[in-house]
Design a protein around this ligand. Structure first.
Ligand code: UDX
Ligand code: UDX
Length: 467
């Protein structure tokens, strides 16, 4: 079996960065080089101040501290790293296409193809290519065709090794994954390549948790896992609306159904809607693949998960408008949270963006506080929607860096992210500083309704009957 000594990872993002940091920490005998086209990102990974790493993940700075410049290197020398490596992870982003065939649904594979062509051009020795990015099923075939037809006659093996880490818990997920999945060709050379990757993970993960499959099963498993997780959130969110009109309480329901061991308790937290870079993109991708094979019933089934999620975000902002006497024009509405979930500075597809957009359409003055998200990011997220111009967004929306400031003289507070610190605020002080009636819309169900009503707040807790 080929022993891996040099790894290169293309893409120093939320997946590539943390994954390579842990591999380097756990495998001091392997040299790991992480490359990225984005020079600023690489400079940030190399920053002497560990609080400035480009990605915020609890515990990640400590891992980078151990391994950086020992056997973990961040560089923009893509060609050099490719040439040296025995194994190359592709971890570039695969956004939903915004143009042409499959627009709004299919994954845009242009970065993947660029990587494959660059590897083909540079490689002079045999390489194992590992798809780390989430990709449509059968992408490995396309990568192999490019490599075999444009390369320098060297041998390539393509493996699929999807990443299941969740943001905010990336380090723990990488230390103790439920499973590691490796798909490859079932030929002798394919099996040898799979064994080489198994040996890397075996440095810290028990063998029983490392699964090997054919390459298509591995690619499709990743899309399916994310679709199932998102489906659970949409399922409980659909029930949250029913709870509000019937007098049932969605938290009590989650607990009751989650105690059925066949259902299980996880991913049953009703919310203002799931976000993140993966769920929506991967389901759209699944829908597109099903449609492209003519499987319309399958495609329609999964599309409902997205439709329900969009509905949940929309009904949250509609409810704010309706409750504030059908007009929010000129009213200050305070947002607590902008990230798509707690413990991350990532805002991709965050529900907050869409709820804000709905309120800005009604000319509300939205003021945002998030412990980790920076001002430029909030405006970039709104600009991406393209609903109104940048100047208008800046006129209507403010980003503040103090939670007490954000609430001052607000008509309402909306909780968009489940940050733990929100629960610990001096809520009496916040109540006293707001206009009355002081409304709270808890889109994450992190606040104790009874306690808040005692203070005097008019409280909407998602999935619970309004008073
Ligand atoms: C990951 C996965 O790779 C993707 O498949 C998954 O579905 C979402 O999460 P992520 O790490 O979150 O992507 O993306 P991002 O943080 O945007 O990082 C990708 C990096 O690749 C960026 O830093 C970008 O500059 C870099 N890149 C992109 C290259 O270095 N070369 C390219 O050609 C394209
Ligand atoms: C997800 C998958 O969990 C991970 O395995 C995959 O590799 C990438 O996609 P991530 O997007 O980082 O990870 O976060 P996740 O914890 O899955 O949450 C996704 C969204 O669903 C968040 O907006 C979260 O707040 C929401 N959510 C999650 C709920 O609303 N309710 C829940 O019960 C769980």
């Amino acid at each position: 079996m080929k022993k891996i000594k040099n790894i290169c990872c293309i893409g120093a993002g939320y997946v590539g960065g943390p994954t390579m940091a842990i591999i380097a920490e756990k495998c001091p005998h392997i040299n790991v080089e992480v490359v990225d086209l984005n020079e600023q990102r690489i400079a940030d990974w190399n920053d002497a101040d560990f609080s400035k790493l480009p990605i915020y993940e609890p515990g990640l700075d400590a891992v980078v501290k151990v391994a950086r410049n020992r056997n973990l290197f961040f560089t923009t020398d893509v060609d050099g790293a490719i040439e040296k490596a025995d194994m190359i992870f592709i971890s570039v982003n695969t956004p939903t296409k915004t143009y042409g065939k499959g627009k709004g649904m299919a994954a845009d594979l242009k970065f993947i193809e660029l990587c494959a062509r660059q590897i083909a051009r540079v490689a002079k020795t045999d390489k194992i290519i590992v798809e780390k990015s989430t990709l449509p099923v059968r992408t490995a075939e396309a990568i192999k065709t490019i490599l075999d037809n444009t390369g320098n006659g060297v041998n390539f093996q393509i493996l699929s090794n999807p990443e299941f880490l969740a943001e905010g818990t990336a380090v723990q997920d990488l230390y103790n994954p439920d499973r590691v999945l490796i798909g490859g060709d079932l030929t002798a050379a394919g099996k040898e390549a799979m064994e080489a990757l198994v040996a890397v993970y075996a440095n810290w993960i028990p063998n029983a948790q490392i699964l090997t499959t054919n390459v298509w099963s591995s690619e499709l498993s990743k899309l399916t896992a994310n679709a199932f997780l998102a489906q659970r959130v949409s399922s409980i969110n659909s029930i949250s609306e029913l709870c509000e009109v019937t007098g049932a309480d969605v938290n009590e329901l989650s607990k009751a159904i989650g105690m059925d061991s066949r259902i299980g308790p996880k991913f049953l937290q009703a919310s203002v809607g799931f976000g993140g870079s993966c769920f929506q993109k991967d389901i759209l991708n699944l829908v597109y693949i099903a449609k492209s094979y003519g499987l319309d019933a399958v495609a329609d089934y999964w599309e409902q998960v997205i439709i329900m999620n969009d509905h949940q975000k929309k009904r949250f902002s509609d409810n704010i408008i309706k409750t504030l006497f059908n007009t929010v024009s000129g009213k200050k509405i305070a947002f607590l949270g902008w990230a798509f979930k707690k413990d991350t500075n990532d805002t991709r597809e965050s529900a907050a963006i869409y709820v804000a957009d709905g309120l800005l359409e009604e000319h509300a003055n939205v003021h945002v506080y998030d412990p980790k998200v920076q001002e430029y990011q909030v405006y970039a997220d709104l600009a991406y929607l393209n609903t109104r111009d940048d100047a208008k967004n800046k006129e209507l929306l403010n980003v503040v860096n103090d939670p007490y400031e954000v609430a001052k003289e607000a008509h309402a507070i909306a909780i968009l992210t489940d940050w733990d610190e929100f629960v610990t605020y001096d809520w009496q002080r916040i109540y006293d500083s707001m206009l009355k009636p002081a409304f709270i819309f808890d889109g994450r169900k992190i606040l104790d309704k009874e306690k808040f009503e005692k203070i005097g707040f008019k409280m909407y807790s998602l999935g619970t009957t309004k008073e």
